[in-house]
Design a protein. Sequence first.
Length: 109
Amino acid sequence: MNLTLHTSRIIETIRDIEYGTLYIFIYLLFCLISFYKEIFLNSLQNKYLQKIKVKDKYIQCSICLDYFNLDEYAYILKCNHSFHRDCILQWLNIKKTCPLCRIELELNN
Ligand SMILES: [Zn+2]
Ligand SMILES: [Zn+2]
């Protein structure tokens, strides 16, 4: 076998391994970030929200204004305003108030 060809094949193999390793590394990093984000969002949820099963079909999420389906889960703040989990957690990530009535959530009752 031609030596130049042989060398270039070795280099290609090494490069493929490096890309593979890089992809795995990025994938793991992504998993780790999602994992910690979920832990963080759960801690927000446990601290400020109460999960209830919707029994009234006219309950609305105060952020996206969609109505809840019956037996869907709604998340309520201490002011009794109800939201989707994703809608309110995005908000709580930035502000610790109710987006509707602006009640301070950090203050103890
Ligand atoms: Zn919503
Ligand atoms: Zn409120």
